[in-house]
Design a protein around this ligand. Structure first.
Ligand code: SAM
Ligand code: ZN
Length: 489
């Protein structure tokens, strides 16, 4: 890396045993580069950067923090997981995500609306996840994997699948969020309590900032219970104190109080800090069918809601990311507020509607940017430039291990002998037909066992092994087996 390190006095910060050096020409924390240190983890005895690095895990010693590899105004039309995995670490100032909510519904834009063609489903079945995500989540965060497993028992299987799909993406969001950044996860009561557990686990409880209740008064109310008219925004920071500008709002009162003033219409008012309940707030009102900004994109959010979030949790010039951007509400709000933005949506209809919406807000006079030529549309995942791609030979895993994550998923995190859940780090690889008896190293001949079962199995055949487990009462014919994998000899 060619960056010049500036003089010690005002361009270095000390944190525990480490000194962070600032790269010329940059400002804020983005500019700090890693000092040279050996080993994977920095000791956990400092509160700020060291903690943050520990959470990030192994760091490439030659990497520069926050070298952004995506251009402003890029809209990715693709599954966001692959895209997120291609973004450099610690680059994004603000992430707003409004993913599917596990509502068990399908959504479609009305025919004739500007968003015609847009559709997405919010129904979660086995086909929506990859088996290896089980292993990936369990390896990264065993407790989170257990929480997700429990959601199947408490709620239903769709919740487990939905949370797994969210977890693998949230891992990436955590990685790419700057330590001074914020993330807002927009959800509703279907999964908000489960997602809170996931967020506490991925972003850490200490980085929790607030739970905003966004209430609205749209049509269609239940009379059998309290009408469900609010969404929830879970707000977390990236590790350090997040950027935050408190917002004010004017409340009109019937009578004067100690702090009220009188406005030009003679009404008593007070300007107060916006609290965490935005209920039917005139500044964040939900869209109704006649709203001018309505595009027809299902579940479109109001620009004003995004404006409030962006104003509060970013500065001009900062990078705002919406990985489930739909008709690009967050991108349009970011553009209006002079922030940089990156959008992602799996639906190809997002391209035209984003350009159309941006066209409406662009100041033609200044002629600085034209949505139809300057928005970058990308369908391929970006390539990270902040890590060494080559894994050194001594760290490459034997062939069988590359199947570990996938088989762990097929076994749903359980030992196929005793059927108890096993932490990822405790699983052992067993050849169903032992190599000594002609077995192969192929995936189909590999199963994962807990330590106890593996020592019982030894070089025995699968049928001898099962017979012993039955003898020991560890397993009966009625023992439920993972749906996806019941290895036979
Ligand atoms: C709730 S909507 C977002 C609406 C958006 N906030 C707006 O104001 O228009 C969820 C969006 O996520 C998109 N989506 C679903 N799965 C996705 C995935 N794996 N990658 C990227 N986008 C996805 C859908 O196409 C849909 O537009
Ligand atoms: Zn076992």
């Amino acid at each position: 890396m060619s960056a010049r390190v500036l003089g010690k006095k005002n361009n270095t910060v000390a944190s525990g045993n480490l000194t962070w050096q600032m790269v010329e020409g940059t400002s804020s924390l983005r500019g700090y580069i890693l000092p040279f240190f050996e080993g994977n983890y920095v000791p956990r005895d400092d509160t700020t950067w060291q903690d943050f690095l520990c959470e990030r895990g192994p760091v490439n010693t030659t990497a520069e923090l926050s070298l952004m590899n995506i251009k402003n105004r890029t809209l990715f039309i693709a599954d966001n997981l692959d895209i997120l995995r291609g973004i450099n670490s610690d680059c994004i100032d603000l992430i707003y995500l409004d993913p599917p909510f596990n509502s068990k519904k399908k959504y479609k834009a009305p025919i004739g609306s500007p968003a015609e063609g847009a559709e997405f489903k919010d129904i979660w079945t086995d086909e929506d996840i990859k088996a290896e995500w089980h292993g990936e989540i369990a390896e990264e965060n065993q407790e989170l994997y257990q929480v997700i497993q429990a959601s199947e028992v408490i709620y239903d299987k769709s919740m487990k699948i939905y949370l797994m799909a969210m977890a693998v993406r949230l891992f990436e969001m955590k990685r790419i969020l700057k330590p001074t950044g914020s993330i807002y996860l927009h959800c509703d009561a279907t999964a908000s309590h489960y997602l809170k557990l996931v967020m506490d686990s991925v972003f850490k409880k200490k980085n929790y900032q607030s739970e905003v209740i966004w209430g609205y008064r749209t049509q269609g109310v239940s009379k059998s219970s309290w009408p469900k008219k609010h969404d929830t925004l879970l707000h977390y920071g990236g590790g350090l104190k997040p950027t935050f500008h408190p917002q004010m709002q004017r409340i009109i009162y019937e009578k004067p109080f100690r702090h009220t003033k009188i406005d030009e219409k003679g009404r008593h008012y007070a300007d107060v800090y916006v609290r965490d309940v935005w209920d039917d707030d005139p500044e964040t009102k939900a869209l109704i069918s006649q709203s001018k900004e309505r595009t027809g994109w299902p579940t479109q959010k109001p620009l004003a809601l995004l404006e409030r979030i962006i104003k509060a949790s970013s500065n001009e010039g900062d990078i705002v990311l919406d990985p489930f951007c739909g008709c690009a509400t967050a991108c349009v709000a970011a553009e209006q507020l002079n922030r940089q933005w990156i959008g992602m949506d799996i639906s190809p209809s997002a391209e035209d509607i984003t350009k159309l919406r941006l066209e409406e807000i662009v100041d033609k006079e200044s002629n600085l940017f034209s949505p139809f030529t300057d928005v970058i549309i990308q369908t391929e995942p970006p390539v990270r430039t902040d890590r060494v791609e080559q894994v050194p030979p001594h760290k490459q895993l034997p062939k069988a291990h590359t199947y570990k994550h996938e088989i762990y998923g097929q076994q749903e995190g359980k030992c196929v002998g005793c059927n108890y859940s096993i932490p990822f780090r405790n699983i052992t690889i067993d050849h169903i037909v032992p190599i000594s008896k002609g077995g192969t190293d192929q995936k189909e001949n590999i199963q994962l066992l807990c330590n106890a079962c593996n020592s019982t199995k030894g070089a025995r055949s699968q049928s001898e092994f099962i017979a012993i487990l039955k003898e020991q009462g560890v397993r009966t014919d009625a023992t439920p087996r993972p749906e996806h994998r019941t290895p036979t000899e």
